[in-house]
Design a protein around this ligand. Structure first.
Ligand SMILES: CC(C)(COP(=O)(O)OP(=O)(O)OC[C@H]1O[C@@H](n2cnc3c(N)ncnc32)[C@H](O)[C@@H]1OP(=O)(O)O)[C@@H](O)C(=O)NCCC(=O)NCCS
Length: 209
């Protein structure tokens, strides 16, 4: 199953993972269980099984084809078939006059702190804006997730609000800071949506700040 999206940055490759990578996805989440527990929603049943990930990856391809979501796996560039070292997911696509999606992400604990997620998101957002024609990407974080807040600020996201009891995370309903980034080159809705073919984006340069 070939990925319809392949984005390359200086250090990373971002793509919709084939079903064959289910084991690598599972290994990523098992390896980072403690690292992600404070930040991620409760895991659905079967989350730590390969069967769950086979089904999830199949759905990722269907969701992209149906213009519902773009869920990207991160790997070291030049190591196809290797470890999954992070995820960058754009979900809840809304088209029409809104042209918006919600961003979520996480990185392998061993890779945190060297600017990798900035590199990944910057390139992925260029794809969302320039190739898929979105106008707005929204991302929300726990107020005490300072690293995530710093990352979003550096990417150019603006704080738009503060939502009480917004998501159920780590055993309780938690407040979130609401942020968004709008396309610096706005276009009318119904622009450049194209799927079904590989769209390599190489050497995406800095876009914000
Ligand atoms: C949030 C998370 C994705 C950040 O990953 P990351 O790759 O470290 O983030 P960045 O790309 O912003 O890297 C920036 C860090 O690398 C450092 N860095 C080192 N070399 C760098 C370089 N060449 N370029 C940029 N930053 C560099 C920066 O100083 C910065 O450190 P700081 O965060 O202590 O200020 C990661 O911590 C994570 O997975 N957390 C758990 C899950 C989570 O919080 N998800 C988000 C929920 S809202």
């Amino acid at each position: 199953m070939k990925s319809p999206v392949c984005i390359e940055t200086p250090r990373l490759r971002l793509f919709i993972a084939p079903v064959e990578l289910a084991g690598r996805y599972l290994a990523y989440f098992e390896r980072n269980r403690d690292h992600l527990a404070r930040w991620d929603p409760p895991r659905p049943e079967g989350f730590y099984t390969e069967a769950f990930w086979r089904e999830r990856l199949l759905r990722d391809h269907e969701d992209f084809a149906a213009d519902r979501a773009l869920r990207l796996a991160l790997q070291w560039r030049g190591a196809p078939g290797g470890e999954v070292i992070g995820v960058c997911n754009f979900t809840q696509f809304v088209r029409g006059a809104f042209q918006a999606a919600t961003l979520g992400y996480s990185l392998d604990q061993r890779a945190v702190g060297s600017g990798l997620m900035f590199e990944a998101i910057e390139a992925a957002i260029a794809y969302m804006f320039d190739t898929l024609g979105f106008h707005r990407v929204m991302a929300n974080y726990l107020p005490h997730n300072e690293r995530s807040g710093r990352l979003l600020r550096r990417l150019g996201f603006a704080v738009e609000g503060y939502a009480r009891d917004y998501l159920f995370i780590d055993g309780a309903w938690r407040d979130h800071v609401l942020t968004a980034l709008t396309n610096p080159r706005p276009a009318p809705p119904g622009g450049s949506r194209t799927t079904g073919a590989a769209h390599p984006v190489r050497g995406a340069g800095p876009r914000h700040g």
